[in-house]
Design a protein around this ligand. Sequence first.
Ligand SMILES: Cc1ncc(COP(=O)(O)O)c(C=O)c1O
Length: 448
Amino acid sequence: MNIRDDQAVQELNQSLNLEPLWLPFTPNRQFKASPRLIASAKDMHYYTDDGRKVLDGIAGLWCVNAGHCRDGIVSAIQEQAQTIDYTTAFNMSHPTVFQAAEMVTRLAPDDLDHVFFVNSGSESVDTALKIAIGYHNALGKPRHRLIGRERGYHGVGFGGMSVGGMTPNRKAFSAALLPGVDHLPHTHSLEHAAFSKGQPEWGAHLADDLERIVALHDASNIAAVIVEPVAGSAGVLVPPKGYLQRLREICDKHGLLLIFDEVITGFGRTGSAFASHTLGVVPDMITFAKGVSNGAAPLGGVLVKKEIYDAFMDGSEEVIEFFHGYTYSGHPLATAAAIATMDIYEQESLFDRSRELAPYYEEAVHSLKGLPHVIDVRNFGLMCGVELEPIPGHPGKRAYETFVKCYQNGVLVRSGGETIALTPPLIATRSHVDEIAGTLGDALKSMA
Ligand SMILES: Cc1ncc(COP(=O)(O)O)c(C=O)c1O
């Protein structure tokens, strides 16, 4: 056990100089005035620098699916660091990355049998968009337009930001976003689908907007459509029944590639390896990150269908087929972590466990209906969004204050916009679920 709750950790944290660090997606001055520092973590819990135990209700950031500091993953990283710390991925490689690729493709839907490794979700998305454009070039019929969706989140690279649809992330950069991008409407409707359990009945018709965009530009100009099968960061927006099937049909009709961004939904979050399995729709590419390595080392990737890989392999064997890659594509430590992670998923049947817990989780989170300020609860697999009524003139404030209250009371939840997201590790038990829902419920009551 590696829980560092000793005096030395507390003293170290208290002597820290917080100023030099610029924290991501954080109000820096507010945080530094009242920091939240984690000293250690194990399984379902964090331990804070002031000695408190905090239940992790969000699996780190939708990534620590097998729980924290798992022995097998820790030792795999340690051993790899001693054996081979780094090799270039260009014109060279190492065995671990091939083993990791084979394991990921074994988990993927049948047709997606090649994988390109990167280091993050953002890199996976930008890579997939480039593969889509490169694929059409390779076929000799260039297509460059890309289609995303309102309220989509695809990371923070210029590609991901451009196809993404979260206004706060885009507005400061609007003049610098990629040209040639359109957006489908988002699928969330308080009017028609509030408090739906699982997939809403209403909204499949929203996929038909893709026909409008195709009619506007002509299919011959459109390379790909990218969506999260279940939108995560925008507040857990669950696809209406039939919606993804409809998108798939329209993409097939017009020869558009369909990309599922499974950075959050991959590796068991919805009760199968990928949401593609759970929802019964197979895209042409899947982007993934987070759960592939249990958050223990940065790794992401793009799964592609064989015909996409083959299209790139068509020319001279002496020429680099895809002018793209990262210094750390398939890094030894990250791929070692991924192999150990996928071993744990299999040995502990964590995807099955996630599926079995989901109905209990659904009842627990929907029991929050009727509490002060709760205007919607949405859930799918072990994902849930509890939407709160905004405070006029203070966007996001109520959800942020709820997050702080829950943290003080021993449960980590995530606030994003007006929504609280609950996405526990897949090792969660019913009593963890009760504690998460109960603590959130108490926080909401206390803030009435
Ligand atoms: C669907 C989706 N795509 C991409 C990303 C970006 O991943 P990263 O933060 O690893 O770059 C995220 C992050 O939450 C995500 O949820």
